[in-house]
Design a protein around this ligand. Structure first.
Ligand code: 5GP
Ligand code: MN
Length: 324
């Protein structure tokens, strides 16, 4: 941590990025870290490849997140947040010059250990919790804007203090953030109380799509491009839906297959790109399953991308069921 902080403090220009299809933790960590560096006099650029989900657009500073890669790319430090591997930032991964000093801040158990400086702690509730620790170590005064990002990151990554990563530090930090001026009701209203009608209709389709494996231990939810088109929704609107499939009695693993929203075939053989999310009831390590398909994540929440046809993919998911 000392070397990481020394490098950050010695860098006048910092590029900060987080994973594609960002969640509350990715954005909370990005915004809090960037604002802390900005208020202590550094030039920063925040980057994310994907559109910002509507429910997070209230976060202070969110409008400053760029979707274009700066050119020329010349920063003294590159901070990568909430990414188990560098490729999770998207296409920009290939554009980061070899000489750039990469700082890897993350809490995924499958983190590959990329970068020149690392603070990877799988016992942390969230990447935002790690950013909080860094801010404290840097003696940054946490203002209300930073506190709102930190609070939102921890709140969402712990599923409102319900998931297995909920620890005492999550409560302590959030209580401190409320002391810094965060309004918990306001945050909850934005994150959980302002869904579009299309999102609710999509939820209806998602619930209707649930199938259970013959042994009852795996549930499968499927979201197709046609469903997104019919409800005028985006992949960001799927956030949290898999938890309904996970709640079913006797289910150990819930899987959500999502067709990438543009719906275009990626190969001449008609194969499409899918993202698979996995959730466990705590008895199965889904990070290991996801890693065997080239993805990663946490013990209870993981994911991977795959090309293929929907029927092939379902067959593959059912082979997982038979191992449970
Ligand atoms: P989700 O299912 O919500 O997309 O992701 C669950 C967890 O798995 C998150 O912590 C996320 O970062 C991780 N994850 C999801 N997809 C991938 C992937 O393709 N590669 C890796 N390394 N991690 C993933
Ligand atoms: Mn996270």
């Amino acid at each position: 941590m000392k070397n990481l902080i020394a490098h950050l403090e010695n860098s006048a220009t910092v590029f900060l990025a987080t994973h594609v299809n960002p969640d509350g933790d990715a954005l909370g960590a990005l915004l809090a870290m960037a604002r802390a560096l900005q208020t202590s006099g550094r030039d920063i650029v925040m980057y994310n490849e994907s559109p910002i989900p509507a429910v997070y657009r209230f976060l202070p500073g969110i409008d400053q997140i760029a979707r274009e890669v700066p050119s020329p790319f010349d920063f003294e430090a590159v901070v990568v947040l909430d990414c188990g591997d560098l490729e999770r930032v998207g296409a920009v991964a290939d554009l980061i010059p070899g000489r750039a000093k990469i700082i890897n801040i993350d809490h995924h158990v499958t983190n590959t250990g990329f970068g020149h400086y690392r603070l990877v702690d799988p016992t942390a509730s969230s990447s935002t919790e790690i950013v909080y620790r860094i801010l404290k170590a840097m003696d940054i005064t946490i203002d209300r804007a930073m506190a709102t990002s930190i609070y939102t990151g921890i709140l969402t990554d712990t599923g409102s203090f319900r998931f297995a990563n909920t620890n005492s530090r999550a409560f302590e930090i959030c209580a401190e953030m409320v002391g810094c001026g965060v309004n918990p009701y306001m945050v909850a209203q934005h994150v959980y109380g302002t869904y579009s009608l299309g999102r609710i209709k999509l939820l209806n389709m998602a619930l209707d799509s649930i199938e259970i494996s013959p042994n009852g231990k795996l549930s499968l939810m499927t979201l197709t491009h046609a469903m997104f088109a019919e409800t005028d929704t985006q992949p960001e609107d799927v956030d949290g839906m898999i938890n309904y499939a996970k709640r079913i009695e006797d289910v150990r693993v819930a899987a959500l297959i999502m067709e990438n929203a543009n719906g275009h075939a990626t190969a001449a053989n008609g194969h499409k790109r899918y993202h698979v999310s996995l959730r466990s009831d705590g008895s199965v390590d889904v990070a290991r399953i996801a890693a065997s398909f080239g993805g990663g994540g946490h013990f209870n929440a993981a994911g991977f991308g795959l090309d293929g046809s929907l029927s092939e993919l379902k067959g593959l998911i059912y082979t997982i069921a038979s191992t449970l």
